[in-house]
Design a protein around this ligand. Sequence first.
Ligand code: NAP
Ligand code: GLV
Length: 306
Amino acid sequence: MRISFCCSHTRAEPWLEGFRQALPGADIELWQPGAPAADHAVVWAPPQQFFDEQPRLKGVFNIGAGVDALLKLKPPAGATLVRIEDGGMAVQMAEFVAHAVVRHFRELDVYDREQANAHWEFRRPRVRKDYPVGVMGLGVLGERVAQGLLHFEFPVRGWSRSPKQLAGVECFAGAEQFDAFLRGSRFLVCLLPLTPETAGILNRENLSRLLPGGYVINVARGAHLVEDDLIALIDGGHLAGATLDVFRTEPLPPEDPFWRHPKITVTPHTSARTMRDETIAQIAGKIRAFERGEPIAGVVDARRGY
Ligand code: NAP
Ligand code: GLV
């Protein structure tokens, strides 16, 4: 069995070594133009040339959770696309979102600014029930985020495409329940995949429906957010601020207003990083199952877009 590794922005050597240990007997190589045809591919944002030269691929294993970039390409028609499910990302996402929620709820952002002026003044405690958190996307990451927030006793609401039941979470589904979901949320966390249906969903119309003083946390993809709409709603006072981990252009250009906006926190697409060892173990397990003809989880439905 031949496996081709083609991941941009990644130092290949430790990955190749890890896959060689996890799949002894397999021939695992870093892709170069003109390389022999492989049976499986491990990819992150490969060039189209990679797929054009690999017509025999049976499995394409994405080393991230989101497949929006992959679905812009044309993989071979017969290839099964598979994404990472959790692989060490869910706990990172849960801690990142819990931190952003607690930081704003407890006004730690305000105390940071006051420390700079040696100003000692405590603020009246906020009441948790006034700060319901709405999680858009109740998949592998969204469900874990929701569970994390329940530990801190926030009211948690969730929205997904198909109906769900999660203990302690008020669940909403589909376009018909979106309005009720938004109108009862003060924090809004985006953990949707980027698809034609979800692109631009964090727009003026939808964000205006949040409870006054709403706070947006986008940890999914930059193209979910209409950037000018967010700034207008913060500057106009309906929203209190935002934590943004993902952007339409990455790296975020130095001149982007998000960098200097006093109510926006920027992080460099780092809320949940791919963990090499867990990812190698998960993909190797799926390749073995695939070769045995067994069903595997995390198969992408290209028509659905995730
Ligand atoms: P997932 O397991 O596929 O979950 C996606 C969730 O979104 C599901 O609950 C799905 O509903 C829901 N959904 C999809 N389309 C919808 C629509 N039109 N309306 C309402 N709900 C919709 O994905 P995941 O593993 O949790 O990852 C989510 C996203 O996080 C990824 O696609 C990626 O873009 C992003 N991500 C970001 C980072 C980072 O570092 N910032 C790291 C990893 C992932 P159903 O349950 O009904 O299918
Ligand atoms: C990261 O953004 C991922 O999709 O895994």
